[in-house]
Design a protein around this ligand. Sequence first.
Ligand code: GLN
Ligand code: ZN
Length: 781
Amino acid sequence: MTKPTFPAASILGYPRIGPNRELKKALEAHWANRTDEATLHAAARELQQANLAKLTTLGLGATDASLPGDFAYYDQVLDATVALSSLPTRFADLADADGTINTAASFVLARGDESRAPLEMTKWFDTNYHYLVPEIGENTPIAANAKPLVESFKAHAANGNTIRPTLVGPITYLLLAKAEDGAAAGFDPLTRIDEVVAAYARILTELAAAGAPWVQIDEPALVTDRGAELAVPGALAESVYTRLAAATERPALFVTFGYGTAGDVTRPGAAQGLLARAGVEAVHADLVRGLAPKAEFLDDLAGSTLVAGIVDSRNIWRNNLAASLNVLKSLRTEVQTSNGILAVGTATSLQHVPHDVALENNLPAHLPAWLAFANQKVAEVITLAKGLAQGESAIAAELSAAESAINHRAAFAGTTVAAVRERLAALTDADFSRSDAATREAAQEAALNLPVLPTTTIGSFPQTGEVRTARAAHRNGSIDDAAYEGFLKAEIARVVELQERLGLDVLVHGEAERNDMVQYFAENFDGFSETANGWVQSYGSRATRPSILWGDVSRPVAFTVPWISYAASLTNKPFKGMLTGPVTILAWSFIRDDEPLSVSANQVALALRDEIADLQDAGIGIIQVDEPALRELLPLRKADQAAYLKWSVDSFRLSTAGAVDATQIHTHLCYSEFGEIIDAIDALDADVTSIEAARSRMEVTADLTEFGYSRGIGPGVYDIHSPRVPSTEEVAELIEIALASLPAKQLWINPDCGLKTRGYAETEASLANLVEAAIAARATI
Ligand code: GLN
Ligand code: ZN
C-alpha cells in the first residue's frame, strides 16, 4: 500500500495569542465576567479564521492539510487533558454528566477557584512557555473526548480550510504529568499508557469520520534522556505507534519531535525510522536544536515522509536560505535511499516567536531586514519547499534577498565591536575570581555591621497602577522626563520610608523604574533592541515581549546608579542595589545565532561588571545579581549540562568578581528544587543566595547542610505568590526549621521573591510579621 504524502511545506504550529493579542483580550474579558462563553468562542473562532486566511495568503494550501490545527484557549497540554477527560480527583466535581471537561471546567483547572489551587504550571522543555501539569493517579479517569477537536475541524472545513488537528502525544503527555496527590508512593503516570493509547485511537477514528486527512501528534519528550530510552526498538514508542497505526479508520499520522534530537543522539534518525516502520506516515526532525537524521539510521522509511524542521521557530533571525537548501538537498538524497520522501517544516511550533515583523515600526532601521517572525518563517518554509522541488532558479529572488540581508548583518558596525572583543580576549582567570570567602566575610562584617538573621527583600516593591500609568504616560510623551523622574523619586522615597518604618535591616530602592527585570537592562545596553509588538505567549493569556540581542554588548552609561544612589541617600541603613544577571538577561531575550551564547554571556557580564563598579563607587555596599533563569536554560540532555553550567557560572562570576572584598554580592534564584545544580550554585561564589522555600517549608535547608554550603543563605519565609498574609507564628516556624539545619550566622530572613505583583496592604502586613518573627528568633540564639 502506498502511504499518503505529507504536504511539501508546513509549519508545526502558529502563535495563538493573536497579532494584537486578541486571544488575551477575549480571555480576560470573559474571566472578568464581561462576556459570556459564546462571545469568547466567537472571538477565538474569528481569530483562528483570520490566522488561517493569513496562512493561505502566505502560500500554505487550504485543503492539503498543511494548515496547523493547534489552537488552544490556554495551553496545548490542558487540551490533551480535556481530550482524555483526565480530570484529577481534586477537580472531580467539575465533570459534565458524560465525564467530559467543558470549557468553564478547563478554566478552573488552569486558574483554580476559591477552594482549589490550579494545576501546577511548569516550563515546557527548555522554553519560557509554561504548560499545565496533568495530575494522574491510579484511578484518574481516562476516556476519549474527541468533540472539541472534531467540532473545530468541521467548523474550519465548512469555511474551506482543512486543518491538521494536533495533539500532545501519549508518551509526552504522561512523561509531563505528575502523580496525583494521594497516589501510591512511587506511582508512575506512564503506567496508564495503554488507556491513553486506546483513547487516542478512538479520537483518531472520530477525526477520520469527520474527514480529517492528517493528524499531528507531538512527541517532544522523546528528545529528553528519559524519552530517548523509550524510543529504541522493542521499547514503548514502537508499541504505542504500532497500536495507533492499527486504529481502524484513522487519518494519516504525522509525529513530531521538536526541541532536540529524538532518541539516541548517536543514531540521529533512528527514532524516526522506528516510527515509520511502525506505520506512521510522516515523521519530523528538528534540524535546528537536533541533529540531522542520517540515512544509515533512518533505515527503511517505508514510504513515509520525513519533515525536515529546518526553519528555526525559537528565534527570530532570517533563514540562510542557500545554506538550508543545501542541507535539504543532501538530506533528500539520503531520505530517498531510505525509500522516503522529504518535506520542509519548522523546528517546533511557531508559538515561541511573535506574529509579524511588519507590525514593528520602531525598530532601528538596520534590523527588520535581518528578522523573520512567524509570518516570515511561513514564507521561508514555502520558499525552501519550492526551491527543493524546482531548483534554485525558481527562488532566485528570495535567495538573493536573504543573502544580502545576511551579508549586511555580518558587516554591520554594531555586530562585532572591536573594543568589546579586545576586552573579552584580554580576560584572564583572575577576572573570574574574588578573594577567598573568609577574607570577604571579615571585610563585609566590618563594613556592614549587620545583626544576626538580617532581614531584607528580594528587590521589587508593588508596581501599582499609578506606577504603570506614569510609565505609559512617559512613553507616549504625555509627561516629560523631568516629571517622570520626579514621580519615580517620590515613589522611591516612599518605599525607603516604608522599609525604615518596618524595621528591615537591608534596604532596596524598589525597582519602580523597571518595566521588566530583563527589558530594562536590554534598553540600557548597546547591542539590544526592543520590539513594539513582539508578543510571545508565556502562559494562558500572558505574553512577554523579549528583547532582541543583535550585536556586541556594552554599557554606554551607568543607568541603575542614579536611582539606587538616590534611594541610598535617604537612609543610613545598609543598602542593596539590584541587577539582573547575564544568563537571565539572555534567557528572556531573543539571542544571537551567529555567536555562541557563552560569548554573549561574557559580554553582558562585563557590562554588568561596569555597573557594579559604579554602584560600588557610589557607596553601595551590597549588590544583588538575580539569576532566576539559571536552571531554565539547563540542557535537556545530561551529557550537555556540564558545559552549560560551566559557562553560565563563569559569566556570573565575571560580572561580580570585580567587586572589592567589602562589597557583599547577593544572588537570587526563583526555585527551590536545585538539588541537581547545587554545585553550580555554590560555584557562583555569591556571599549571600536567596531562594524560594516557603511553599516547600524550607526543605532546601537540609539539602544545603548536607552539601556543606558555607556562605549566606536566605530561604524565603513568605510565599509572595498569593495575597495571603503569613502570620508572625508561621514565619517564626519556618525560621525555626531553617535554624535546625543551618547555623544562625549563615541565615538571612527574606520573602521568596520580588513583591512587584503584590499590593501594598498585604506587603506591609507580611513584612511587619517577617521582621517581628526575625527579631523574636534573634532573642533565642
Ligand atoms: N529583583 C527581582 C524582583 O524583586 C527578582 C525577580 C525574580 O526573581 N524573578 O522583582
Ligand atoms: Zn524570584
